[in-house]
Design a protein around this ligand. Structure first.
Ligand SMILES: Nc1ncnc2c1ncn2[C@@H]1O[C@H](COP(=O)(O)OP(=O)(O)O)[C@@H](O)[C@H]1O
Ligand SMILES: [Mg+2]
Length: 296
């Protein structure tokens, strides 16, 4: 059975698509059978791995969500073995409205997964930059979620809204939804501000932040225009190194889950406390840091 992960943040430009595509490709390289679901009508993820729009115009995630076809029919192989994609295009922007009138509209993706989840080790969902019905479908279908966050001034802005949405989904639709972690992206080690933001976020959120930090790396920005994930574009780049490390961290996290409870921190230890609630309590601290200590 696949582990289903939603890459979500309602902010645009924080690295959701870059992280979805490249994490998925790196999991595939580790011989984990991986499916990338492009759930953003912009379709950047689909283009990033070199699928031509004509190829999937009639059969993509949109058609599967509205029930015209089975999800299996909307899945395409990539250049990499073990790495498949279910693409999207502009049509998907209509789905948000079309789904509203359908029965069980929040569960369309979850139900569509039933036919294919046994075929994969991982399913990564690249969410759109909103907390609308598509993201709700992703969070309902997922076992866990990752929040990419740029190491920038006001990185935390919007996080309370995001966590409140997750809380709502957890209480109404998907009680087992877990946070895999906050992923710091586009980090520039030469920037004092980036260092400060990364340190503060790590200090406050502790184990909830992935140890792997994704550096700002021009190769990561270039590779989509060549239709390749970073590991096929430049295996020696810092970007490849980082996403391979992230894949490894995720795989190990899963393997050792629940095995080191006695020496883990409060967030992991206290099963009664939902991570979102713990995190929500920490946000005012971060915001005061953002507005007092880090204002340029
Ligand atoms: N680590 C990185 N280094 C350099 N450029 C990056 C990096 N991550 C993302 N980008 C670039 O930043 C832009 C936004 O990233 P993207 O992954 O599309 O964000 P989102 O999906 O959250 O909107 C894209 O042009 C992408 O190529
Ligand atoms: Mg995107």
């Amino acid at each position: 059975m696949a582990k289903i992960i939603a890459m979500m943040n309602q902010k645009g430009g924080v690295g959701k698509t870059t992280s979805s595509v490249n994490l998925a490709a790196c999991l595939a390289v580790a011989e984990k059978k991986t499916l990338l679901i492009d759930l953003d009508p912009q379709g950047n993820g689909s283009i990033s791995i070199g699928l031509s729009k004509d190829k999937f115009a009639g059969k993509n995630i949109y058609h599967a969500l509205i029930g015209q076809i089975g999800l299996k029919e909307a899945i395409y192989e990539s250049e990499l073995p073990y790495f498949d994609i279910c693409p999207s295009d502009n049509n998907l922007s209509g789905a948000e409205i079309e789904l509203v009138s359908l029965f069980a509209r929040e569960s369309k993706l979850k139900n569509a997964f039933k036919a294919i989840e046994k075929d994969y080790d991982y399913i990564i969902i690249d969410c759109p930059p909103s907390l609308g019905l598509l993201t709700v479908n992703a969070l309902n279908a997922a076992h866990s979620y990752i929040v990419p966050m740029q190491t920038e001034f006001l990185a935390m802005e919007g996080l309370a809204q995001l966590l409140n949405t997750v809380k709502l989904i957890r209480s109404s639709l998907n009680p087992d939804l877990e946070l895999d972690g906050i992923l710091l992206t586009m980090y520039d080690s030469r920037s004092g501000l980036h260092k400060q933001v990364a340190n503060e976020i790590k200090t406050h959120f502790g184990d909830v932040v992935f140890e792997t930090i994704i550096p700002r790396n021009v190769k990561l920005a270039e590779c989509p225009s060549f239709g390749k994930p970073i590991i096929l574009y430049d295996i020696e780049s810092k970007g490849s190194e980082a996403y391979l490390a992230l894949a490894k961290e995720l795989i190990l996290k899963e393997r050792f889950k629940g095995k080191s409870k006695e020496n883990s921190n409060e967030v992991k230890n206290n099963a009664e406390v939902l991570p979102e609630e713990v995190l929500l309590n920490l946000i005012p601290n971060i915001e005061s840091i953002n507005t007092n200590g880090m204002h340029p």
